[in-house]
Design a protein around this ligand. Structure first.
Ligand code: ZN
Length: 448
């Protein structure tokens, strides 16, 4: 009996030691290599533990003095055995300046502990990497001057960045317009078309930013004036006939819930589908040919009358009651039913097909982030990826999507941000604001 008790106790102790004093130390790995650490360096650390689970993971930087913790995470105990967390992915953005490190060589260390009783014996870092601390942002020199932008309009900036810049562009509030390299003979120059969206708060200053791979960022305010303007107020009466004809079809085509209530359905289309459509437009406009394909002024749908202008504030009325407000980001142009729609300028077909509220749509990439959109088409005459010349027919006008009658919805966009097409229909404006700025520096590959 006594012997049995001793054996049981022994088994319990061995079991406890095997589980609580397990010899499986945590392992850590850096998912992306890092050799330079700066003011905002993203790290991806994966820590794993096969036994009791992770207890604590921390990232330190050491140079000269003692190590400084720059990121850490605790994994609380969830049972007598430990945390049960066997894998964790940490994605800290490390700031070497905030950790008071000086520029030069340093060591990056990752510590990881688990809930094993042996953890106390394993205090050494699980991973060390020699790194260089670099706190100097890339050089940045803005070369274009005296930018005058109308609210809702476009502009072009030219600037020079240091060789270590991996990312640069013009920021306007939350919007970022990346600069395009490789356009000028001087490889350090960048051209950036940018837009000041109609809803941009007054006082916003367009700013050129450049960042290196350690996340050191330099920002220089552009010499720019944003001229305020007001936009037209319009009201639009929704008829029962229109709602019956359009709402069920649009809800179904775009996978939105339908509860039979036409007004509620219309609001889902006018709000949710509008937002989802613009999100897709921005995705489509993310990649652009790194040189201007367009030449001179954009063509306007011939013999057409504008039904609405850029950034009209629309109030939607149903039986005399205002039920919604939206900003209309483009021009609605009406001509004869089924009129051929010419490409506004030379470009590449970035998208063709049904696109939310715009119905059958063509989007052309004109290079340097400049795009044009043709919506509500009844027929599509181009295929994705095709090169089109200014004036080539891309389709025919129609009333597909959220359109009450046959017309063309025409938009011009910079990296997916809608701008006033009036400027792009005007050869003088394009020359003064874009072409002359680009022509001020020798162009790569140009004949001399
Ligand atoms: Zn429209």
């Amino acid at each position: 009996m006594r012997r049995f008790l001793v054996l049981t106790l022994l088994a319990a102790v061995v079991g406890l030691l095997l589980t609580r004093a397990e010899p499986l130390a945590p392992t850590v790995a850096l998912e992306t290599p890092v050799d330079v650490v700066g003011r905002a360096t993203p790290l991806v650390v994966v820590a794993r533990d096969r036994g009791t689970g992770l207890a604590h993971v921390e990232v330190r930087l050491a140079s000269g003095g003692g190590p400084v913790v720059v990121a850490s995470e605790d994994f609380p105990r969830r049972s007598w055995l430990g945390s049960g967390v066997h894998e964790a992915r940490l994605t800290p953005t490390v700031d070497a300046a905030a950790a008071h490190l000086t520029e030069g060589p340093a060591e990056l260390e990752v510590i990881a502990t688990d809930y094993s009783w042996l953890a106390a014996l394993r205090r050494a870092p699980r991973l060390t990497r020699p790194v260089t601390v670099d706190l100097t942002p890339p050089t940045l020199e803005v070369l274009s001057q005296q930018h005058v932008i109308r609210l809702g309009g476009s502009e072009c900036a030219v600037y020079r960045v240091g060789a270590d810049a991996v990312d640069s562009g013009v920021t306007v509030g939350d919007a970022v317009f990346p600069g395009t390299p490789g356009f000028f003979t001087d490889g350090a120059l960048r051209a950036a078309l940018f837009a000041v969206a109609p809803a941009t708060p007054s006082g916003t200053v367009p700013t050129v930013v450049a960042a290196d791979r350690a996340g050191n960022r330099r920002a220089v305010r552009l010499d720019a004036i944003v001229r305020p303007r007001s936009f037209a107020e319009k009201s639009l009466e929704l008829s029962d006939d229109f709602l019956t004809r359009k709402v069920p079809e649009l809800l179904e085509a775009n996978g939105l819930a339908s509860d039979g209530d036409l007004v509620a359905g219309y609001l889902r289309v006018n709000r949710e589908l509008r937002v989802a459509t613009e999100k897709r437009v921005r995705e489509i406009c993310r990649e652009s040919v790194p040189a201007p394909l367009w030449e001179g002024a954009f063509l306007r749908l011939p013999d057409s009358a504008p039904l609405s202008g850029f950034a009209d504030h629309r109030t939607y009325l149903y039986r005399g009651q205002a039920i919604d407000h939206q900003t209309h980001l483009g021009f609605d142009l009406a001509s004869l039913r089924g009129s051929p729609v010419p490409a506004g300028n030379t470009g590449r077909v970035a998208f063709v097909g049904p696109l939310g509220i715009y119905g059958n749509t063509v989007i052309l990439d004109h290079g340097l982030g400049l795009f044009s959109l043709y919506g509500h088409l009844s027929e599509l005459a181009v295929s994705a990826g095709a090169r089109v010349q200014r004036g080539d027919v891309v389709g025919k006008t129609g009333d597909t999507g959220l359109a009450a009658g046959d017309h063309l919805h025409f938009s011009v966009m910079i990296h997916g941000v809608h701008v006033d097409p009036i400027e792009w229909w005007d050869a003088h404006w394009i020359h003064d604001h874009v072409e002359s700025r680009l022509a001020a520096f020798p162009r790569a590959g140009a004949a001399h």
